[in-house]
Each structure stands twice: as C-alpha cells, then as structure tokens.
Design a binder for this molecule. Sequence first.
Ligand SMILES: Cc1cc2nc3c(=O)[nH]c(=O)nc-3n(C[C@H](O)[C@H](O)[C@H](O)COP(=O)(O)OP(=O)(O)OC[C@H]3O[C@@H](n4cnc5c(N)ncnc54)[C@H](O)[C@@H]3O)c2cc1C
Length: 443
Amino acid sequence: MKIAVIGGGTAGYIAASHISKHFPQFDLYHIYDSTIPSIGVGEGTTPYFLTWLDKITNLSYEQLEKRCHITRKFGISFENWGVEHEKFFHHFYPVGQGYAYHISAVEIVNLLKEHVCATEIDSNVIDLQSNGISVKIILANNTNLEVDLAIDARGFPQSFDENYIKLSWIPTNRALIRQVPGIDDHTIDLKIGSHAVKYQTATRSIARPHGWIFTIPLTNRTSYGYIYNRDISSVSEIETDFDKFFQAEGITYNGQAKQVNFPNFTVRNCFDGALFKIGNSASFLEPLEATAIGCILKQVEAISHWVLRSFAKLEKRERLDESQLIIFNQYFLNYVYKMSLFVGWHYAMGSRFNTKFWEFAEANFYQEIENLENKTLLEKFYSVLELAQRSPHPIDNFLEFSSTVAETETNIVTALIKGVAKLYGQWTQPSFTEVGYGIGYFS
Ligand SMILES: Cc1cc2nc3c(=O)[nH]c(=O)nc-3n(C[C@H](O)[C@H](O)[C@H](O)COP(=O)(O)OP(=O)(O)OC[C@H]3O[C@@H](n4cnc5c(N)ncnc54)[C@H](O)[C@@H]3O)c2cc1C
C-alpha cells in the first residue's frame, strides 16, 4: 500500500510520524513545498498530546524542555471575560494535576521530523485527484504519484466551495503575534473563594477592548497574540492597545509583529474514501481553547483505527463501505460544530469592555447559532449547559476534597463526573461548569 502525507506543518508531521511509528509496513511518501512556510503558530496543547508524543519520541520532560522549550499548561486563565469575575480558570482535570504542554511550533516539527520514515518529496502539489479508492498527486514538474490513501495537510484552503461551512458564530478573524524573549516567571496566582491557588504555568486569555490576547510561555520566550476582527478594528487600534497592555505588564517590545488572517470553517466531508483532509485544511477555529492539535490527533487516530489497520491486512485496497464513510464524515462534522459552539459561547456574556467588538461578539453568537443546520446539536448543547449548571463546581469540590483526603490518589474530578459526564467535542461537563460560572452565564 502506498500512503502519502502532503504538508510539512504540525498536521503533516503529526500524521507522517504517527504512520511511520504505527504502520511501518506501508510505503510512505511525505510531500511538502519547502518554499511555502507553515503557519508557525499553534503552541498550546491539550493533555492527550503528552500521551501521543511519548509514544512517538519516548523523551522525558527534561529532554523535551531542552529540545522544544516546553512548559506545563495546567489550563487557561481567563481575565476580564464576562462582567461578574475579574478572573477564572478553565482547568485540565483532575484539577491541579492534569496538564498539557506549551511547545515551540518550530521545534515540535523539527523533533517529529526525526521520527518520520518516508520518501520525502520537496515539491509543490498542483492537484489531488481522488476517485474514492486512489489518489493521483500531480506534482509541480508535471509528474504524478498514485497512492492508495492521501492525507491532505496543506493548511488553509485556497478557496471555499460548497464542501466548506462557515462557523459564523465565532467573531474573530485575524491575529497579531508578538514574541518576547526570555521570560522566567510564568507563575499565575488565582484566588478562588478564600483559597489562593498558584499555577506554575497556564495560557492566559485576556479580554481586551478589540478582542482578546493570549500569552503562551515557553522556557526561552513568550508569545502574545491579539485576536480580533479585522472588519471591526484597524491594525493601528490593535497595535495601540497591544502597547498599552505591554506597558501595564512591564514588557518591552521592539520586534516585528506577524499578522495571520484566519477563516473559521469546517469541511462538510473530510474523507472521500481515499483523500483525507486534516489540520487547517479540514477546519479551523480561533485559538481560544487551543483545540487544533487535539483535533489533528483525533483525525490521525481515527483514520488509523478504521482504515490503516484494515489496509495493513490487505494485499490490495478495496472501496470503503459507503454507509461507514457517511458516519465517519458526520462524526467529524459534528465534532467541529461542538467545539465551535463551546468556543463561541465564551463570548455569550460579553466582557468588561463596552465596545463595538464586544457588542458584536455577544449578539453575533446568539444570532448565528440559530443558523446551525443540525438543530439536534444545538438542543444537545443547551442540555449540556443545563446539566453543567446543576453540577457542583469542580474547583469547590477539589478544594473541599483536597483538604480531607488529599493524601489518597483518588481522582476527584473523575469521581465527580463518573456516570454524568459525556464528552461534548473535546470537553466534559466540568469544563462547561467552570466556563459557565466564569463568564457569568450561570450565577
Ligand atoms: C493565531 C493562532 C494561534 C493558534 N494557536 C494554537 C494553539 O495554541 N494550539 C493549537 O492546537 N493550535 C493553534 N492554532 C492552530 C494551528 O494553526 C494548528 O495547530 C497547526 O499549526 C496546523 O497547521 P497545518 O499543519 O494544518 O498547516 P500549516 O502550518 O499551514 O502547514 C501547511 C504545510 O503544507 C505545505 N503546503 C501548502 N500548500 C502546498 C502545496 N500546494 N504543495 C505542497 N505543500 C504545500 C506548506 O509548505 C506547509 O508545510 C493557532 C492558529 C492561529 C492562527
């Protein structure tokens, strides 16, 4: 069997290293155009990434720190979201123990490269022609390569046709990125009730008049990204507010900022039986909950379980069952929809700023979710919210619990959510409870 991965960004290297590791029997081709830079952002992960990376590289925390400048991410600290609370925290569970990494987008690719065993082709791909059972890859020099399965990780689509759906309830579409070298203290102090909680590291998400700023701390630098809507605010408004923020934080900046436009979208069908779209070529959501890498892992593991495993037993590939293909596509479509509703909902109570952006963001969420074609998903979303409101706040339980039985290894949140929590996209019910109280949607 011949498999091709097209793309040399995070998604392409995740797919190529995963297949190299778990399916060494395939003839793997890794094709990318080195003259097209990868997007170069995407440094916040979710906990499952640790498990996956460990299987691929088997490197210790210290080795990863040296190679990829990682820091631990215990969750996201939200500041100025909603009007009730100055700050709230969205944890990884179990609270205080579950964590992911912040990781250098450049170095993770360099590291994964070492774990790819493939025929590398540095060429522009002009076209991918799929008939549902094989894919003809047309390369720039007019040569072709025919493969049994192609994974398309070429980044944002060049154009959008009827196979793409706009996730219009997300109110942002551009980022301005600044990087500052060498920040040592990444500690975040939070007050929860009368308890002071210290986190070594977390992503910060700070609401600002024109959107919000993320901070991602690595051991050698911190990245700051101002996420905003280019149809509402001008670059100079963003730069001015960014400067104001830096000044208040005591940060000096004299670098060259980078601008990234992004569409919030999903493909309707990510897989036609031979051509599978992953990463930014399949869907994109603004980075408020840093969902993209988790989604790439899900895509790569899903294709491995369903398709690659069965290919491994075949001499010659067969056409996949049409009804299973429909279910597969529907699953990923709903998965992205669910994530987008959760992310969009963060804007539902506005912020501490009464500005054009926040007025738009809040109203836009309620207005646009009504256009969601799958009404059952929306009903499900509201029922998850109802359940989350009735459930105890994970942090209250954690603090009460930890003062009595902290010595035991018992996992409070697992206990708390057992039997109740079901995954909604990447999240369980405690996430809805924390964010719902945090933004003031639940009181
Ligand atoms: C501001 C911002 C912040 C983000 N933060 C996070 C975060 O914290 N966490 C997270 O998980 N995600 C985040 N993301 C999402 C992030 O973009 C993705 O995680 C990830 O980088 C996926 O990129 P990709 O590999 O799909 O595409 P890209 O990085 O764009 O790579 C595309 C690759 O395809 C190749 N290519 C393109 N066209 C061709 C062609 N015709 N022929 C051959 N090769 C081609 C290019 O050379 C390139 O190597 C963020 C995104 C933005 C915009």
